[in-house]
Design a protein around this ligand. Sequence first.
Ligand code: NAP
Length: 359
Amino acid sequence: MQIKNVAFIGTGIMGARIAGHLMDAGYDLTVYNRTREKAEALLAKGAHWAESPAAAAAHADVVFTMVGYPTDVEDVYLSTDGLIRAAKKGAWLIDLTTSSPQLARDIHDAAEVEDKHAFDCPVTGGEQGAIDGTLTLIIGAAEKDVEPVMPLLECFSSRRFFFDQPGGGQTAKLCNQVSLASCMVGYADALALAEQSGIDAEKVLEVMASGTGGSGASKTLAPKSLAGDYKPGFLAEHLRKDIALALQRSEDLDITLPGAETAFTLFDMLCQIGGSRMGTQALTLLYQEEGTCAAAGLDWSLLEQGDEDGEGCGCDHDHDHECGCGHDHDHGDHECCGGHGHHHEDGHECHCHDHEGRA
Ligand code: NAP
C-alpha cells in the first residue's frame, strides 16, 4: 500500500510538531483542530484545512489523532460522524493521545468491524521530543502488524516499544505517568526542604543528578520550577487526567497506588486553584507562600469555594468535578495533604498545603 495522504487531528503543543515532521517527510497533510489558529503554522507550510475530523479523514490513508482527553478521543472516533465511519476502508487510525486503555480496545474492535486498522500509540519525550522528532512511542500492537505505517512512525520517534495488544500502549503509558507524577512530587518535596532550610536548592539538584535521588523530571523540570517558568510543555490538567486514569485502572484491579494517590491530590489541588493550563512544574507553587502563588496567577480562595460545595471525600475539598479520566467515579478516600495528613502525632502543625502561609 502506497501511503501518500495523511490526516492529522489535534494540532496543539504536541500534535503541531509531530504533524510538521510528517510534512517534512513528504506526506500530503490535511489537518483539523478544534481551534483553527493552532493549525495556522502548518497551513502556512502547505497543509490543507478540513472542517471536521470526517472531512480530514475522507481521503486519508493514515489518520493521526492527538487530542486532549478520552472524551475527545471518543468523540473524534465513535460519534456518528466520527473516524470509525468516516475513514476509508483499509485506512490506518493511530491515536497518539494519552487516553483510556478500554477506550483504545473499543476503538480497535469497532475499526476492525469496519475493515479499518486502529491502534493506540501514546508517546513520551515531552514537547522537546516532539520538536526534535525523537519521541518514544508506546504501541498497543505487535511490530509485524503495523509494518505498513512504520515509515510514518519513524518520522517523529527515535524509539518504539510494542505491547502487542489493543490498549497495551495506553496501559504502559499510564505506568510511565504514575512514575513521572511521583518523581515530580519527590523533587518538589526536595526543593521545599532545601529552600526552607536555607541551603542552595540548585546545588541540591546537582547532588540529586549525580546520585540516585534524581530523575528525568528533576533534570528537565526542576530547573524551570526554580526559575519560576511555568509555561506549559505538558499541561498540569493533562497529568491530572493521566493519574486519574491510572487510579481508575488500579480500582479495577483492586490494588492501591499510594504514590499516584498523593500526586493526584496535589495536581488536582493545583488545577482547582487556577493552575490547569500551567506546566506540570508549577506543582512546586503549592509549597510557596500565598503571595508567590498569586503573583504566578493562582488563587487559593478557589479551593475554599470548592470546600464549601464539597461532597466530603476525606480531603475536605470538592472532588465532584470532571477529572478527565472519562469515568464517573470517586477518586478519593485518600487523605488530604498528599496522603501524609495534616495532624502529626508529635503535635506540631503541618504546613504542607497551608495556604495561609508557610512556616
Ligand atoms: P494540547 O496542546 O491541549 O493539544 C490538544 C489539541 O487537541 C488542542 O489543540 C485541542 O484543541 C485539540 N482537540 C481537543 N479535542 C478535539 C476535538 N474533539 N477535535 C479536534 N481537536 C481537538 O495538548 P498536548 O500537550 O498537545 O497534549 C495532547 C495529548 O498528548 C494529551 O492527551 C497529553 O496528555 C498527551 N501528551 C502530552 C505531552 C506533552 O509533553 N505536552 C507528552 C506526552 C503526551 P484546542 O486548540 O481547541 O484546545
